[in-house]
Design a protein around this ligand. Structure first.
Ligand SMILES: O=C(O)C(=O)C[C@]1(C(=O)O)C=C[C@@H](O)C=C1
Length: 323
C-alpha cells in the first residue's frame, strides 16, 4: 500500500506540478487522471483517501487532485461531498467520466466455494450487491481504501479470501479471476472532478457546469422550495441535488448542487446573487467544462441578452429616460 512518501506511478519532483490521485496504480481514479492532458508527463502522487488528496492541494504539495464525486449506481460519494464542504479555498477545474465494471479475484488455488470474506472499496461493494447476494449470501466484508488496494491486500493480511477489483487488476497482481462483470449495472459510470486551489474562473465554453454547496436559512416551511426557486425563476437547470448532514445536530442538512451553466452566464450569476441573499452559507466550488461537452441551450428570456436588456432598462428608468 502506498504511503505519503511512497509515490507509485512517477516520482513527485516538484510540488507545483504534481497531481494526486487515489491509488495505487490501476484504480479508476488513475484512469480519470489519464484523461487530463495537462497531467501527462507530470509527477503523479498516489494517496490513500480524499482527505489526503485535498490536503496535498491545500498544502501546495500538488497542483491538483483527482477525486471521485458521484457514481451512477451508488450516487454521491459522501466522503468527497463532505470534504468539499469543509475544506475552504478549493475549486473544481474539470470533470471526467470513467465507465466502471468489476471482477471478483482471489489468490491462485481459491475457488468461489472457499470465499467467506470479501475485501472491497465501499463504493465498489455497493455496486455489486445483486451478484454478492445471489452467489455469496453470507459473506463478510472488509473495506479497502481503493479497488486496487482491496486486491493487493489479499497477499498481505490473510483476512479476506477474495476482492472486488477493476478488470485490469491482473496486469498488476498475480490473481485468479473467479467472476467477471459482477457490477449491478453493466453501464455504470463514475464521475470524477479535478480539484485545485482557488483560481480565477476560466472563460465559459457554452457547455459548462457550476457546483455549489448551500445551507437553508432556518427550519421553516418552504425553505427548500425557496432555494430551488432561485434557480427555477432564472431558467437554470439543476443536474444534481443531494442532501448531506451538516453534522452538528439531527435534521440539519446542506445541499450539494450542480447547475447547467457557468458563473459568467447572466442567468447563473443572477441565481447565485439570489442564493447568496437567501442562504447563510454558500460555497462556490467552481464553473468548469462538462465532461460530455453537451452545450447548454437557453431560451430567449433566460439568455444573456435578456438580462442585459433588463438591466439597461432599469438604468434608463433611474436616469430619467423615457420608457
Ligand atoms: O478509483 C478507484 O478505483 C476507487 O477505488 C475509488 C472509487 C470511488 O471512490 O468511488 C472509484 C470508482 C468506483 O466507483 C469505486 C471506487
Amino acid at each position: 500500500m502506498p504511503t505519503r512518501d511512497q509515490p507509485t506511478s512517477r516520482p513527485a519532483t516538484a510540488a507545483s506540478d504534481t497531481y494526486s490521485f487515489l491509488g495505487p496504480a490501476g484504480t479508476f481514479t488513475e484512469a480519470a487522471l489519464a484523461q487530463v492532458p495537462e497531467a501527462a508527463g507530470k509527477p503523479w502522487r498516489s494517496v490513500n483517501n480524499v482527505g489526503e488528496a485535498l490536503d496535498d492541494v491545500v498544502s501546495g504539495r500538488s497542483v491538483a487532485a483527482m477525486i471521485a464525486i458521484e457514481n451512477s449506481v451508488e450516487g454521491g460519494v459522501s466522503a468527497t461531498q463532505d470534504a468539499l464542504a469543509n475544506v475552504p479555498n478549493l475549486r473544481i477545474i474539470g470533470e471526467y467520466l470513467v465507465p466502471v465494471n468489476f471482477v471478483f479475484v482471489a489468490r491462485r488455488g481459491t475457488t468461489l466455494a472457499d470465499v467467506k470474506v470479501v475485501n472491497a472499496h465501499p463504493v465498489a461493494y455497493a455496486q455489486c450487491h445483486l451478484w454478492l447476494d445471489a452467489v455469496l449470501p453470507s459473506h463478510g466484508h472488509i473495506p479497502a481504501t481503493s479497488n486496487v488496494t482491496a486486491a493487493a491486500s489479499l497477499f498481505e493480511s490473510g483476512l479476506a479470501d477474495a476482492a472486488i477489483a477493476p478488470p485490469n487488476i491482473t496486469k498488476h497482481h498475480d490473481l485468479v479471476v473467479l467472476a467477471e462483470d459482477i457490477g449491478d449495472n453493466p453501464s455504470a459510470v463514475t464521475r470524477f472532478v479535478l480539484v485545485s486551489r482557488t483560481v480565477p474562473t476560466p472563460a465559459a465554453t457554452g457547455a459548462d457546469k457550476t457546483s455549489l454547496i448551500a445551507e437553508l436559512p432556518d427550519d421553516r416551511a418552504g425553505a427548500l422550495l425557496e432555494m430551488l426557486e432561485q434557480f427555477a425563476t432564472r431558467g437554470v437547470n439543476m443536474s444534481l441535488l443531494e442532501s448531506r448532514p451538516i453534522g452538528d445536530a439531527l435534521g440539519r442538512y446542506r445541499f450539494v448542487i450542480d447547475l447547467d451553466g457557468h458563473i459568467l452566464d447572466e442567468r447563473v450569476a443572477d441565481a447565485l446573487l439570489g442564493l447568496k441573499r437567501f442562504s447563510p452559507n454558500v460555497t462556490f466550488l467552481g464553473s468548469y467544462p462538462r465532461a460530455d461537452r453537451i452545450r447548454v441551450e437557453v431560451t430567449g428570456r433566460y439568455g444573456d441578452d435578456a438580462f442585459v436588456d433588463a438591466r439597461d432598462w432599469l438604468r434608463g428608468l433611474i436616469a430619467g429616460e423615457s420608457d
